[in-house]
Design a protein around this ligand. Structure first.
Ligand code: ADP
Ligand code: MG
Length: 256
């Protein structure tokens, strides 16, 4: 019998910054998430893979409190944020989320796209919001586009601006939902490069993707979601290249 490599935990003693425990979410009779357990540690990039419709987006939306969970708990830095007494807006301010389409406001400059929520929603002073926005644009390499309109940017640049907008509040966890799937193939590389830089900087991320190449390149850990559960997890080299569970094997086989 060949030995299965033991996953190396980057910070074995660090408590998870995000913990999803026994999460259940159904839409009517459709149980999308039956019993999900998932942890993300500080500085870790966890990539969630699974078939279309397996509930990857639903899971991120539950974490961001955009969906009400039926059962189970989401903990952010130890706090149960699914407790109904918790202020959901305050929780969302500690997270950054980016969806597939970049959802930038076309009538606003790049800079104004980044300062809008901090100024309007979080009551950050305009000058400070501007400084933070420029810093975030620096991180994605687009400071020189601060005055541009989204329409004047390429799709890849627009997605990098959307990521900068999510970074502007210095989120505890950055949640990325299929951030390359709306892009033309030649534009995927720049977003991938950015995610690798963020990962190298120690940005904590939970990333949904159906692209295995993408998962291989950025993941510290890959989690396979199937039948409403995390069925298998570990380094990409293990989960993608040498899956142990039958549903993971079937899913990967269908991609080839
Ligand atoms: P994935 O992101 O893995 O493709 P989703 O989380 O988008 O999967 O969807 C999981 C399942 O839940 C799908 O069958 C989808 O049709 C269903 N679903 C998602 N959102 C809703 C909703 N608001 N109402 C009803 N069904 C939904
Ligand atoms: Mg999805």
């Amino acid at each position: 019998m060949t030995a299965v490599p033991v996953p190396v935990d980057p910070e074995p003693l660090a408590p998870p910054v995000l913990a999803v425990e026994h999460l259940r979410k159904a839409y009517g009779d459709l149980v999308v998430l039956a019993d999900v357990d998932l942890e993300v540690r500080r500085g870790e990039c966890v990539v969630l893979i699974g078939a279309s419709g397996s509930g990857k987006s639903t899971l991120l939306r539950c974490v961001d409190l955009l969906e009400q969970v039926d059962d189970g708990v989401v903990r952010l830095e130890g706090q149960d944020v699914t407790d109904p007494r918790v202020d959901a807006d305050a929780v969302r301010a500690r997270l950054g989320i980016v969806f597939q389409g970049y959802n930038l406001f076309p009538h606003l400059s790049v800079l104004d796209n980044l300062t809008l929520a901090p100024v309007r929603v979080h009551k950050v002073a305009r000058d400070e919001a501007r400084d933070r926005a420029l810093e975030a644009l620096d991180r994605v390499g687009l400071r020189e586009k601060a005055g541009a309109r989204p329409d004047d940017l390429s799709g890849g640049q627009q997605q990098r601006v959307a990521i900068a907008r999510a970074l502007v509040t210095d989120p505890v966890v950055l949640l990325l939902d299929e951030v390359t799937s709306a892009l033309d193939p030649e534009l995927v590389g720049e977003v991938l490069d950015l995610l690798r830089e963020l990962q190298a900087d120690g940005t904590t991320m939970l990333v949904n993707t159906h692209e295995m190449g993408f998962a291989r390149q950025v993941a510290d850990r890959v989690c396979f979601l199937g039948a409403g559960r995390i069925l298998e997890q570990g380094p990409a080299a293990q989960v993608i290249d040498d899956p142990q569970e039958e549903p993971t094997r079937r899913f990967l086989a269908r991609l080839h």
